[in-house]
Design a protein. Sequence first.
Length: 290
Amino acid sequence: MDVAFCKDDGEEYEIQEFVALPNAERESKRRALLCTECNGFAWFRKESRLSPAHFCAHHVDDCNFKTHYEEARESDDDALETDNDASKTLIINLDDEKGGSIEVAEPYPERDPNKEFESSTSNRFVRRRFDGDTPQQSNLRRLLLRLVKSESFRNSSDEVVFYKRQNEVFVSGAIKNVVKRFDQITEFDDDRSALYWGPVASVGKTPDGRLWLNSSKDYSSASITIFDDIVDDFLELFEVEDIDDMLGAWVIVAGTCHFSGEGKGKPIIWCGTPNYIFVRKYRDPNLVAS
């Protein structure tokens, strides 16, 4: 995408104009970008050895600027689950999280309806959906996918329990109360532990070695700070070689929110454990949380 709209100044920028901006101004404006046609969340990707500088966006399905990146089908087996089929209680053990590539795998081939129903991993998952009211074991990968794709799930009163080490409860309650999208964070969330999620608009490292995943101004300008002592483990866990590869991804983190500027600035969620966070790039055009 060669052009994007900046909400900060109401201007449209062609990519070369944006690249030519002073560094500080560009860093500020990159968190206020939208698609010029569909107003979808947009981000700037600087020049690399693989591609020139360009804009990307989470476009709506019929946007003329929708790129090939968003035309492939999401292949996670979680997409087979619907809200009506899911258990009313989710159990997530944070210490069991295993990370994985931020890139979605290629879609599974469609099953031939004339063949026997094979005992694949995804098929076994489908059969387990009908276990009645038994609490359903889940993980951050499945949770993030459902949050992105389903408004009814985001606003659900279904219960979720997050455990940390030695079966200690990190947080529990209705999904709508304990899992908060960045733009839903308010001053009442200061010093509050919960699950926070949203899109990544910019990334960077500070001189003290911490890694910052920053969202856009439409998402409260929320930032996730990953402590320096786990940055390498985090990048390895998600197979990230270039931190800019996380631009445009969705992220969810179990952590405590603090507002900068003595409680008057932006929300910052601190992450000190690599398996308490999950990052994913989705390829399904319908996976756009509005």
